[in-house]
Design a binder for this molecule. Structure first.
Ligand SMILES: CC(C)(COP(=O)(O)OP(=O)(O)OC[C@H]1O[C@@H](n2cnc3c(N)ncnc32)[C@H](O)[C@@H]1OP(=O)(O)O)[C@@H](O)C(=O)NCCC(=O)NCCS
Length: 200
């Protein structure tokens, strides 16, 4: 039986695992990069450490098997990332100037300003969502989005954005179905936004 509940610190290792197992355009990224820690260190662990009140998990028998991780104020999060997270990240992941997937992600992780998109006035929040394969396609992604935008709306946050890779066609279909709209400032990946008063 799968339930959605708020994140708790004891979920942190499960969050790491989910991030790695879904990190390569929705598929298993284990062994893909120089360190399996890299994707969670950018896209998951700073979120649960800095904004635990906006993290929700799909709980199966006490284990987190899916998550949605949000931050209500992306600009403030970028500032906090720079202050508290970046020093450790930079020490752990040196720049080598090689043209490799690892170095692409290292560059992203070292650049919190990448999060400062022009649409932040309308969509101040952003999110990441991932479910292990056995939980996909059962309506849980929709329920996670509904849960997060409900929490954001009660805090007065009007909208949330996210970015997905061009090759993640499955995620693209999911976001379109839920009513996320493409944002004009999309560059490498695709940026989409959703108002928190939307019905999903
Ligand atoms: C993308 C993801 C979060 C979607 O969650 P999910 O639980 O599988 O999706 P749901 O079952 O809630 O689907 C909600 C709606 O989207 C539709 N949808 C979901 N995936 C779809 C797909 N690949 N193609 C077409 N429609 C899709 C569903 O049909 C459903 O519509 P309906 O309610 O009208 O029937 C999940 O599949 C996942 O974690 N994938 C791997 C990791 C990933 O890619 N994360 C996103 C990175 S940007």
């Amino acid at each position: 039986m799968a339930d959605i509940r708020p994140y708790r610190p004891s979920d942190r290792d499960d969050i790491y695992e989910i991030c790695v197992k879904t990190g390569k355009s929705g598929t298993d990224a284990t062994g893909w990069l120089d360190s399996d820690d890299l994707l969670p260190d950018i896209y998951a662990l700073p979120y649960v450490d800095l904004e635990p009140d906006f993290a929700f998990v799909v709980d199966v028998d006490g284990r987190a098997r899916g998550y949605i991780l949000g931050v209500p104020d992306t600009a403030a999060f970028a500032t906090e990332l720079r202050r508290t997270w970046l020093p450790g990240f930079e020490a752990k992941y040196p720049v080598t100037h090689e043209d490799t997937p690892t170095q692409h992600f290292v560059a992203d992780g070292r650049d919190p300003d990448r999060l400062l998109i022009p649409e932040l006035a309308e969509y101040p929040a952003h999110l990441h969502i991932d479910l292990l394969p056995e939980l996909q396609g059962q309506g849980l992604g929709r329920m996670l989005v509904r849960t997060l935008i409900g929490r954001l709306a009660t805090r007065g946050v009007p909208g949330v954005w996210l970015e997905y890779g061009a090759d993640n066609v499955s995620a693209a279909a999911f976001y379109r179905r839920l009513g996320f709209l493409p944002l004009p400032s999309s560059t490498k990946g695709t940026l989409v936004g959703l108002r928190t008063d939307a019905t999903v």
